[in-house]
Design a protein around this ligand. Structure first.
Ligand SMILES: Cc1cc2nc3c(=O)[nH]c(=O)nc-3n(C[C@H](O)[C@H](O)[C@H](O)COP(=O)(O)O)c2cc1C
Length: 309
């Protein structure tokens, strides 16, 4: 696998239609993963409701929907509806570490009982119309769990196994276990995708024969050109960062005035890191609650602070 693909990570509450649409215009990402939706037998959405969920996302976005589930029937039913709606591939979230998710035996909790995981896949795989991509953690408590996790997935044919190289117990803190990933990922019979703290093109330097590519989350918000840079493609013709940010702001202004500022502030926690003085930049925006003022401060930031990307 010589040409590595680059995927945009799902990030609930941060990355939604406007960011996806803008980064698709920039380019460099083969696939964009949507934040998780619950697949639960008791609340199966109608196809029209599911279709509406993605209605703001531009056709140029190669979207991979993601489901959170611990139930084979619910997963199959929802994944097949998504396939009927035109999505050839669906991702299963087996990495979410959040307490209220794990306490319901969903997300990364599924990695704690590998026999149950195997049973779940046994009753899922043969009934799926879509290709199956799975996103996991390197382990629940320790990266030592990784080899046994890979063995289970080796019994099934997946489109890919995406590995966030932190344990679930680490949540989003601390360093990813990059070395432990490299030591064992080569044993995966399924194509493998590395995820965790890819912040610049030089970080995307893992050499494994079965490595399909990289998934990037926070690093792509700070630097939306990272996909192009990893592929050594020129960024001069891509939409400039100022316009990228304005594109997103305009979408929020036109579509969802109520959450407009709160969503943009969440993004600015990361956009600010693209400037020389991130804390200074974010401090100027964090307590503003007026859209016009927010817009004018953003203009001043671009006029006065040095961009580092
Ligand atoms: C605010 C936030 C929301 C996230 N939402 C999801 C999600 O919906 N599904 C998922 O699989 N991972 C989710 N993640 C994890 C990311 O997809 C990714 O695995 C993680 O941020 C590590 O990659 P990075 O270091 O490149 O950011 C989320 C992470 C953050 C910080």
């Amino acid at each position: 696998m010589d040409e590595k693909i680059v995927q945009l990570a799902p990030m609930l509450g941060l990355i939604d239609a406007p960011f996806m649409n803008a980064i698709a215009k920039v380019g460099g990402f083969e696939e964009i993963f949507a934040p998780y939706m619950l697949a639960d037998e008791r609340s199966m959405p109608k196809p029209q409701v599911l279709a509406r969920r993605f209605s703001g996302i531009s056709k140029s976005v190669n979207l991979v929907p993601q489901l959170l589930s611990n139930n084979a029937d619910a997963f199959v039913a929802m994944a097949n509806i998504l396939n009927d709606l035109g999505y050839p591939k669906v991702n299963w979230n087996m990495g979410c570490p959040i307490k209220f998710v794990v306490s319901k035996n969903r997300g990364a909790a599924l990695l704690r009982d590998l026999e149950n995981l195997e049973r779940l896949f046994d009753s899922t795989i043969g009934r799926l119309k879509a290709e199956l991509s799975v996103k996991i953690r390197i382990g629940f408590s320790s990266p030592d769990e990784f080899p046994a996790i890979i063995e289970v997935f080796n019994k099934f044919k997946l489109n890919e196994l995406i590995v966030h190289a932190r344990t679930a117990e680490q949540q989003y803190d601390g360093e990813p276990y990059r070395k432990a990933f490299i030591e064992s990922a080569g044993n995966s019979l399924n194509p493998i995708v590395y995820n965790g703290d890819i912040a610049c093109a030089a970080d995307a330097n893992i050499s494994l024969p079965n490595l399909k590519g990289y998934m990037i989350g926070r690093g792509a918000i700070v630097n939306p050109y990272i996909g192009l840079q990893i592929k050594n493609l020129p960024i001069n013709n891509a939409m400039p960062f100022r316009q990228f940010v304005a594109d997103i702001a305009e979408w929020y202004a036109n579509h969802s005035a109520s959450s407009c500022l709160s969503r943009q502030k969440e993004l600015w926690k990361y956009f600010s890191q693209a400037f020389e003085n991130p804390t200074g930049v974010f401090d100027r925006l964090k307590s503003i609650d007026n859209s016009e003022l927010f817009k004018s401060i953003v203009d001043k930031i671009f006029d006065n602070y040095k961009l580092m990307i």
